[in-house]
Design a protein around this ligand. Structure first.
Ligand code: GAL
Length: 731
């Protein structure tokens, strides 16, 4: 039995006397950040301190009599855990799940749980010890659960689909059964989902301690593959029963093969060109401490808004909620052990290997994960260390390939897949030949794991020239890689702008490297990605690479003009007259599924009369989309759109509200910076500041549910618009 204990912790950002009172502590729920941060210009030392979390854990007689465990999904960065004054254990590393046994210490009735959380950048563990281009924040920022079992517990389940491409498939379950004492029992595996139900039972004789048991279900008929378009998932229930005890655990399974070869990447035997972005898991104000819904939303943005097929969880394992959603959506994942460029001493390496082990043991049932990163991002060669990480990954998971992300050419290849951060310089957008990078005399499985980034930081509200160039960087890389079968694909740097240390970024503590800003508002480059989606499945797209203005670009005008689209043809009208018909430029962009149209005949004389525009997109003969651009944009509507109209009244759930200052044509106004007041009342509260400025015409906030159901009332006002009221339900 699993019981979540996210609610009702006492928190103090000061040393806590383990026998002392909790009266002066703050009542909080998890996920929790030890420090809320301003958007820009802050000192990152403010969250680097030791804090304490205290919780009363109540157990029944039965729970206290059996075996019990506490499971932490993620505590930044080191945790010392005490129950009733006794130390359960300590954990180094902020990105992986860990658990401690409480048996014998947990009493029936009330128990005092104390977690001392050290959020300093301790040199002895990754990613610390040198510099890192991101902030790590602090606190118990993911869920905490209790698990109660009998004398024997199912400690780990590795569900391994086999004969995946045959009509009749098999599922092998590698189990770790932890028995308090020797006993005999029976294990049952049941696979369910989508009309399939299959079961198998096997007797087992266990010795005291950990027992490895492998059981295979074969001849499984009617199983659909997990694919990008149809990510079928099944549920595997593993139960153990003996005379004295029982335990059960459920995991999801997807049947798929995934293989990187020297001639590209294949999912279920079919070639897929990887189109991905890197994701940092940070958000404004609360850093990493975002609950389930916000984690899931990020996966939805990447798959459904951008049409990506892969995300790299740079540079550490991400939340189970994010990975679960990737499984459900058919978004592949390249995940990696925590770290950034630096490899430390032997103690540091032990912590790195522990994190790698925890990552694989925790995440290996996610069908979305197709690659393990077993090398510290962009680190130098370290033969013995990386022999060890590769061997460990292969031992814990013989079904997946390993990779290691590099920025140094000719580095030693110990992994199955060579991953290179191929950063184009400002003057050239070019993909390097893989053999120039690897220095090998033959092709190997190869992936571009980053591009763009610090080579061309771009704010959402930067001028057209810069935004276009930023977009071109992404587009050209995908185009070139699209023409080279020896490159499995490109994972751009990066999905979302992120907070960073002062030795990186724009001086305001932000790296503006995202295709979206930190609020998950798209930049121009997002239009390129969106336009690569299948119009029949995801809808038609027209996004012109312009704010439709006469003098924002150097030298004025909007020539040449990319129109990112997945339509067959575009008609451009100015002042209600057809200016021209344009077709996707398959010649220049042969490597893209949906090349942009390129308009090169739109010449503007400085000061000439400027008109409005309409762009119509056609698929076949049917007009499927129309976009309008105002010639004299004026603040017309304050558009306020919540991601959700109802959230859970659990004191934890959040939703985002996006506010856009729009012109007559409904387009956000990129240089509009007026004040915005946001007030939230009723059954929820605002995360962050209530008095802000629109940033480039847009702002977003997250609203958190209270603990009572009811209406969350949101009131917005901005000087040049009518006030807007919005209601979200907390239920
Ligand atoms: C890479 C690094 C990323 C990020 C990026 C910025 O070298 O792996 O974490 O710093 O540069 O372009």
């Amino acid at each position: 039995m699993i019981r979540n204990i996210n609610h009702d912790w006492n928190y103090a950002p000061v040393p806590y006397d383990k026998t002392g009172s909790t009266a002066k502590m703050e009542r909080v729920h998890l996920p929790h950040t030890n420090c809320e941060l301003p958007l820009t210009y802050f000192d990152e030392r403010v969250y680097q301190f030791v804090s304490h979390y205290v919780k009363t854990v109540t157990a029944t007689e039965e729970e206290a009599a059996g075996r019990s465990f506490i499971i932490f999904e993620g505590v930044m960065a080191k945790a010392d855990v005490y129950l009733n004054g006794q130390k359960l254990g300590e954990h180094w590393g902020g990105y992986t799940r860990f658990s401690f046994e409480m048996t014998g210490i947990l009493q029936a009735g009330d128990n005092t749980l104390v977690v001392e959380v050290d959020s300093r950048e301790l040199d002895d563990m990754p990613p610390f010890g040198f510099a890192i281009d991101y902030l790590t924040f602090g606190g118990i920022y993911r869920d905490v659960d209790l698990r109660f079992t009998g004398n024997t517990c199912i400690k780990n389940v590795f569900a391994r689909p086999e004969q995946v491409l045959s009509e009749k498939k098999a599922l092998r379950a590698d189990l770790t059964l932890d028995a308090a004492e020797a006993e005999s029992g029976a294990v049952t595996l049941t696979l369910r989902g989508d009309g399939v139900e299959a079961s198998i039972e096997q007797e087992v004789a266990l010795t005291a301690g950990e027992n490895a048991v492998s059981i295979t279900m074969s001849d499984l008929a009617g199983i659909r593959l997990w694919s990008l378009e149809d990510p079928a998932l099944y549920e595997l229930t593993v139960s153990y029963r003996s005379e004295n005890c029982s335990d059960e655990t459920v995991t999801r399974v997807g049947f798929r093969t995934a293989e990187f070869t020297d001639h590209g990447f294949f999912l279920n035997g079919e070639r897929v060109k990887i189109r991905g972005l890197n994701r940092h898991q940070s958000f404004p104000v609360v850093g990493y401490a975002m609950p389930r819904r916000a984690q899931r939303k990020d996966a939805e943005i990447l798959k459904c808004e951008l049409g990506l097929n892969l995300v790299r969880t740079s540079h550490y394992p991400n939340s189970k909620y994010f990975l679960d959603r990737c499984d459900e959506l058919g978004l592949m994942v390249f995940t990696e052990l925590p770290g950034w460029q630096h490899v430390g001493n032997d103690i540091w390496k032990r912590h790195a290997v522990d994190s790698l082990r925890e990552m694989i043991l925790t995440d290996r049932n996610h069908p979305s994960i197709v690659l393990w990163g077993v090398r510290i991002n962009e680190s130098k060669d370290d033969h013995d260390f990386y022999l060890e990480t590769n061997a460990l990954a292969h031992e814990l998971d013989p079904t997946r390939q390993t990779s290691g992300v590099r920025c140094i050419t000719n580095s030693e290849l110990l992994e199955d897949v060579y991953a290179m951060n191929d950063f184009c310089r400002e003057e050239v957008i070019a993909v390097r030949d893989q053999q120039v990078v690897t220095g090998l005399d033959h092709k190997v499985p190869y992936l571009i794991s980053e591009m763009g980034g610090h080579m061309y930081p771009t704010k959402r509200y930067d001028g057209e020239n810069r935004s276009i160039r930023h977009t071109e960087n992404h587009m050209m890389m995908h185009n070139t890689a699209g023409l080279d079968d020896s490159i499995s694909g490109v994972i751009g740097w990066c999905a979302f702008d992120y907070h960073t240390h002062n030795n990186f970024g724009s001086g305001d503590k932000i790296c503006y490297h995202g295709v979206y800003d930190m609020f998950r508002i798209p930049k121009m480059a997002a239009a390129f990605y969106r336009s690569q989606r299948d119009p029949k499945k995801y809808g038609p797209v027209i996004e012109a690479a312009t704010n439709w203005t006469v003098g924002d670009r150097s030298q004025g005008g909007i020539n040449p003009l990319y129109i990112f689209t997945n339509c067959d043809r575009i008609e451009v009208y100015t002042n209600d007259k057809l200016f021209g018909t344009y077709y996707p430029d398959h010649e220049t962009f042969a490597g893209l599924p949906h090349p942009p149209c390129l308009v090169t005949d739109f010449h503007v004389v400085w000061g000439q009369r400027w008109g409005s525009a309409v762009m119509r997109g056609y698929i076949g003969d049917e007009k499927v989309i129309e976009r309008r651009y105002a010639h004299k944009p004026m603040p017309t509507t304050l558009s306020v759109v919540p991601d959700d109209t109802a959230i859970s009244a659990d004191g934890i759930d959040v939703t985002r509200v996006v506010v856009k200052a729009c012109d007559q044509a409904g387009n956000p106004m990129p240089y509009f910076f007026s004040p915005l007041s946001i007030s939230v009342s009723g059954a929820g509260r605002l995360i962050g500041d209530s008095e802000v400025s629109l940033i480039g015409g847009v702002y977003a906030v997250w609203v958190k549910a209270g603990e009572e159901s009811g209406e969350i009332k949101i009131h917005l006002s901005s000087p040049r618009f009518d006030d807007v009221d919005l209601t979200i339900t907390a239920e």
